[in-house]
Write a protein that binds this ligand. Structure first.
Ligand code: ARG
Length: 457
């Protein structure tokens, strides 16, 4: 078949080599963006008088026709036409004849492909932001229902101090808030039109790139044509933001996997997010949480892959850059599906309040309470720490906990200790009293939830 760029060539191309160079199997995902970009470009060519009004209306008719066919799934692409841009041009040619060739005036596939990616990513980032917001909403609702649910707070995965489960969930809420901020920040760079840069150096035609950008709903244009066609920073940034949010999701996934285990039993996941075993009848595996944790790997991979592709590329466009799309598509789809699954999984999870609080009662997570109790009675905190440490050791040897130590024994330790020590040792008291700003105290959390709800409404 004749190539759209075939003029300069004498030799025939080999199908298997063509196939290596083709990207249509991947970039057909941007068919709609490609048509949208062309519609705007052609309108600009009309406005500036580069094409006549009749030519413009005929090309637009063809493009709209093609758009309808695309939306009803009636379009087939071919590998001989290499990529989405040449395929669309060829299909337009089938629709309206040689006039289709005028569409590419004052444009190159280099600014065209970059425009398609800006348009694609702008939509996806907006979708991702919406999904993060939905997930945050669910976390906030779960937090509101669990203000007084007490669980062990961990450091080094060892019981540290009792905390409210709501506090734990709100920590993830805070991470996701940063993710939203980062994606919005990313949009400043995505929301730009490279159209008009042409192959690399601009054009001799009297184009109006600001007009094209406005038609595409893009906020700004590039100010250097070489940069416009070779910039992929906005994708790297997107992949990096995605890697970060996946890291957050995988941390929560990991915690949920632990919490559903027999050792913890802090939460129960609804059956829909778990699977059984083909041999062990009792199994209920947290597959969806595991998969989210697992998919983090491919998203990290996509980031490293693009950075490596771009490393040391001379300006401007190089064919290497064709490799920029697969990881971008894959990342957008992965992040979106992980967020959707996680939202409904978190919404439906059952919190086992009793098991959680019990876990704070057969442990020494109240040791800081005793040290604080002594410090408040005037003993320097370091000495209090030392005294409690020794007491913990002796309790461990005797197989008892701090709340089992008799008042008589406490008073041999320090006459300052009175019967109210037992109240101080309760995990409810420990949580209630941590009322410093941003702490786990019930009042703190209540106030924080009110604040967050106000911010997000
Ligand atoms: N398929 C190409 C890509 O994705 C489009 C740009 C091609 N430009 C060129 N000069 N070969 O990067």
């Amino acid at each position: 078949m004749e190539k759209l760029w075939g003029g300069r060539f004498e030799g025939k191309s080999e199908p298997w080599i063509e196939s290596f160079g083709a990207s249509i199997s991947i970039d057909q995902k941007m068919a709609q963006e490609d048509i949208t970009g062309s519609i705007a470009h052609v309108k600009m060519l009309g406005k500036t008088g580069i094409l006549t009004a009749e030519e413009v209306s005929e090309i637009l008719r063809g493009l709209k026709q093609l758009e309808m066919k695309l939306q009803s799934g009636k379009v087939t692409f071919s590998e001989q036409n290499e990529d989405i841009h040449l395929n669309i041009e060829k299909l337009l040619h089938d629709e309206i004849g040689p006039l289709a060739g005028k569409m590419h005036t004052a444009r190159s596939r280099n600014d065209q492909v970059a425009t398609d990616m800006h348009l694609y990513l702008k939509n996806k980032v907006h979708e991702i932001i919406q999904e993060i917001k939905r997930f945050k909403q669910i976390l906030l609702t779960q937090a509101e229902e669990n203000i007084t649910t007490i669980m062990p707070g961990y450091t080094h995965l060892q019981h540290a101090q009792p905390i409210s489960f709501a506090h734990h969930l709100l920590a993830y809420h805070a991470m996701l808030t940063r993710d939203v901020e980062r994606f919005f920040e990313n949009l400043n760079r995505i929301d730009k039109s490279p159209l008009g840069a042409c192959a690399l150096a601009g054009t001799t035609f009297p184009i109006d790139p600001k007009y094209t950008a406005a038609l595409l709903g893009l906020k700004d244009i590039y100010h250097n044509s070489l940069d416009a066609v070779s910039d992929r920073d906005f994708i790297v940034e997107f992949l990096s933001n995605s890697a970060l949010i996946m890291m957050h999701l995988s941390r929560l996934a990991e915690e949920m996997i632990l919490w559903t285990s027999h050792e913890f039993q802090f939460i129960t996941l609804s059956d829909a997010y778990t699977t059984g075993s083909s041999i062990m009848p009792q199994k209920k595996n947290p597959d969806m949480a595991e998969l989210i944790r697992g998919k983090t790997g491919r998203v990290y991979g996509n980031l490293v892959s693009l950075l490596t592709t771009l490393k040391a590329l001379p300006l401007a466009y190089n064919k290497d850059m064709q490799e920029d799309k697969e990881g971008m598509f894959d990342t957008a789809e992965t992040v979106l599906s992980c967020l959707k699954i996680f939202s409904s999984m978190a919404k439906e999870m059952k919190v086992n309040h009793e098991t959680m609080i019990q876990a704070t009662q057969k442990d020494f997570s109240n040791a800081t309470e005793l040290a604080d109790y002594l410090a408040k009675k005037g003993i320097p905190f370091r000495s209090a720490h030392e005294m409690v440490g020794k007491l913990v050791l002796s309790c461990v040897k005797r197989g008892i906990y701090l709340q089992d130590v008799t008042l008589a024994e406490y008073q041999t330790l320090s006459p300052l200790i009175t019967a109210d020590v037992y109240q101080a040792l309760r995990s409810e008291t420990a949580v209630l009293k941590r009322s410093s700003y941003g702490g786990t105290g019930f009042r703190q959390i209540e106030e924080m939830i009110v604040l967050l709800k106000k911010k997000e409404s």
